[in-house]
Design a protein around this ligand. Structure first.
Ligand code: GLA
Length: 385
């Protein structure tokens, strides 16, 4: 990847890239649709991600190129920028805009991006590009901001510049990832803890549904609004800030405050999923992968029945996993409605599992799934050339 990137950079800009940076994507191990409800999530960064070859220029221009998309942009340094359409370079442009608007001194850059994350597959390719750009600007211009700040400003760019209502999980995970660790993140306070994710005899398998995802943002925003509404009903009696401040026992006693059965289901998912994250953390800390796997299956079931964000493709994968002894846990990961699933599979059975799953998926769904393996990896960083 690096050699191709460097060669392309030389061809396009007629000079050497000064630096190469990398930011991974992420999977969420458990705790889905929790971050915007003030609870705890447990993501980890993965091996696949986005690279940036970059050099400063003297003519105060930001040049955006990418090996994976044909569109380029060449913009003069100015006081602010706004989003132009849906092209990929709006993500780094949003970060540049944020730096300028917040008074950081930055200047012209020639940039060539390239990634090996499937785009739009729910592995946070957009958070990866955002945090990658923030990290690079911070390194090149000495802005002096922390990784947590980079995650926060990247979320702000996603919310305000790109117009997507996401929580903090993705940006935090790709900024703060650590090898062989899961991140237990409290999305209300941003307190976090690294938990060993040493899967021992099991591999973390990522399965891409390859489903063409449509309307994900609007369905995501719909769930976001449903949770906010469910909370207003519960607040009539309970003194809480977030849905995740409510325990399953307290919810059981007070659920009749929500008179809409759909909203009741949404709230039940959120509150029970948040409790599962706590149990999952204990399972990992005690090295009990079997219990961890069962919690993954329970999480998927809740996302399917109560939160209704899975769909035929993801459910087909999880049903297959459930029927296979060598797979001790599986669930969708990310926003849902397609995207990816993750599974914990016995190391020496991964090849058989992947082959059988591929055949089954193709037969049931009519097109191929993508299957690959990843460990828990480090977050954003500079790469030695
Ligand atoms: C997307 C969002 C995250 C999070 C997940 C669901 O990945 O970007 O903030 O809400 O969905 O857990």
């Amino acid at each position: 990847m690096n050699n191709e990137l460097i060669k392309n950079f030389q061809d396009r800009f007629q000079k050497e890239p000064g630096h190469i940076f990398f930011c991974p994507g992420r999977v969420n191990l458990i705790g889905e649709h929790i971050d915007y409800n003030g609870g705890s999530v447990m993501p980890c960064a993965i091996s696949q991600g986005t690279y940036l070859a970059v050099a400063k220029n003297k003519d105060k221009r930001f040049r955006f190129h990418c090996l994976d998309f044909p569109e380029t942009a060449d913009l003069h340094l100015q006081e602010s920028y706004s989003r132009t359409g849906k092209q990929w370079f709006n993500y780094p442009l949003g970060i540049i805009n944020h730096f300028i608007q917040n008074g950081f001194t930055i200047s012209g850059l020639d940039m060539l991006f390239s990634g090996n994350l499937p785009v739009g597959a729910g592995l946070s390719s957009s958070a990866s590009v955002e945090v990658l750009t923030a990290f690079s600007l911070n390194s090149l211009f000495g802005s002096g901001i922390t990784l947590t700040d980079m995650a926060l400003l990247s979320k702000k760019v996603e919310n305000e510049f790109m117009g997507v209502n996401c929580g903090i999980m993705d940006q935090f995970a790709v900024a703060m990832g650590k090898k062989d660790k899961a991140i237990l993140l409290n999305c209300d306070t941003l307190e976090y803890e690294y938990i060993p994710f040493e899967t021992g005899g099991y591999s973390l398998v990522i399965i891409n549904t390859n489903k063409k995802r449509e309307l994900v943002a609007s369905k995501y925003n719909e769930r976001f609004a449903e949770c906010a509404l469910a909370l207003t009903f519960l607040k009539q009696k309970l003194n809480v800030e977030n849905l995740c401040d409510i325990t399953p026992a307290s919810f059981d006693l007070n659920k009749q405050l929500i008179n809409d059965p759909v909203l009741q289901k949404r709230a039940l998912h959120v509150i029970s999923e948040n409790a599962r994250v706590k149990d999952a953390a204990i399972a990992l800390q005690t090295g009990d992968m079997e219990v961890f796997g069962k919690l993954m299956y329970a999480s998927h079931q809740s996302l399917k029945e109560l939160y209704e964000v899975t769909g035929k493709e993801l459910d087909t994968i999880i049903d297959f996993c459930n029927g296979h002894e060598e797979c001790i846990g599986a669930r969708m990961t990310g926003a849902g409605f397609g995207g990816c699933a993750i599974a914990l599979v016995k190391n020496n059975k991964v090849d058989d599992f992947s082959n059988d799953l591929s055949v089954y998926y193709q037969k049931e769904i009519g097109y191929a799934a993508g299957v690959f393996i990843s460990g828990a990896e480090d977050g954003v960083r500079e790469i030695e050339r």
